[in-house]
Design a binder for this molecule. Structure first.
Ligand SMILES: C[S@@+](CC[C@H](N)C(=O)[O-])C[C@H]1O[C@@H](n2cnc3c(N)ncnc32)[C@H](O)[C@@H]1O
Length: 249
């Protein structure tokens, strides 16, 4: 590589790093966003956005986090959206029984199509369902996973109680989501994406910025778990998102 391009790349990296670290964290109040994606245009626009580079990085992070768990038996992806993550999980963990649930039939159809293209129609079962009333039997599942969906739920405490109902006794929940108190740099990036980059259908509903503003902070999630009497969990905070692993109490 040309020496000057290399130096420019290093310099850009340093400037970005300084910008990210020097801009403080946001301290805004939570603003709820839409619950399900129940419009075909929004679903298609969302599907397009999940192919953007930052979403690919997030999925890579999630998949690498999964290696710390012995994933076997059954796994449910709640709020599976257009199925990007669940399809990758199905490719990676061939012995898992997989169910993917979403409240929106428009986006679930896109996930079904994605599974078909990947020859996974037999392997992944799709169900319309709400996290408040999960369409599964008591103690029937080993793992529940959810990415970028928690901030959409109307009543997360009810949802977690539902997850505990359907989980087997040693079951585990793995949640990945935005954290609202991200650095201002990330708010700047998502403001730019929402105003300029994403398809019009998402601009109209102020996404993805709306999702960041609807996210929770670590303190809020921990307070929720205290109310639910959940003590056995691991919490990791990253630049703009958080990861929580919860053992069924
Ligand atoms: C931002 S998308 C994330 C999709 C996917 N998990 C991903 O990471 O690409 C959030 C998804 O959660 C779904 N969702 C929102 N509220 C829900 C609820 N109460 N029950 C089930 N799914 C819900 C939405 O319909 C949407 O597909």
């Amino acid at each position: 590589m040309n020496k000057w391009i290399f130096l420019l790349a290093i310099l850009t990296g340093i400037i970005l790093f300084i910008l990210i670290i020097s801009l403080p964290r946001k301290k805004n109040e939570r603003v709820a966003s839409i619950e399900g994606i129940d419009d075909l245009e929004v679903a298609k626009a969302f599907e397009k956005m999940t192919n953007f580079f930052p979403f690919k990085i997030l999925r890579r992070r999630i998949l690498s986090e999964l290696k710390y768990y012995e994933l076997n038996g059954s796994l449910v992806d709640v709020g599976c959206g257009s199925g990007n993550l669940v399809v990758q999980i199905a490719h990676k963990f061939k012995d898992l029984d997989i169910i993917a649930i979403d409240i929106s039939k428009e986006i679930l159809n896109l996930a079904i199509q994605r599974a078909a293209k990947n020859h996974l129609s037999e392997k992944i079962k799709f169900k319309i369902g709400d996290v408040d009333n999960v369409p599964l039997n008591d103690k029937s599942v080993d793992f529940i996973i959810s990415s970028l969906s928690l901030h959409h739920w109307n009543n997360p405490k009810l949802a977690f109680n539902e997850f505990f109902r359907v989980l087997k006794d040693d079951g585990i929940i793995l949640i990945f989501d935005f954290r609202r108190n991200s650095r201002k740099f990330f708010y700047g990036l998502l403001t730019f994406a929402t105003k300029i980059v994403v398809p019009d259908a998402l601009k109209k509903i102020n996404e993805p910025l709306g999702s960041l503003k609807a996210g929770y902070t670590a303190e809020e999630v921990k307070a929720m778990f205290t109310d639910l009497n959940v003590n056995d969990y691991e919490f990791k905070s990253y630049l703009a998102w958080m990861f929580i692993a919860i053992k069924k109490p």
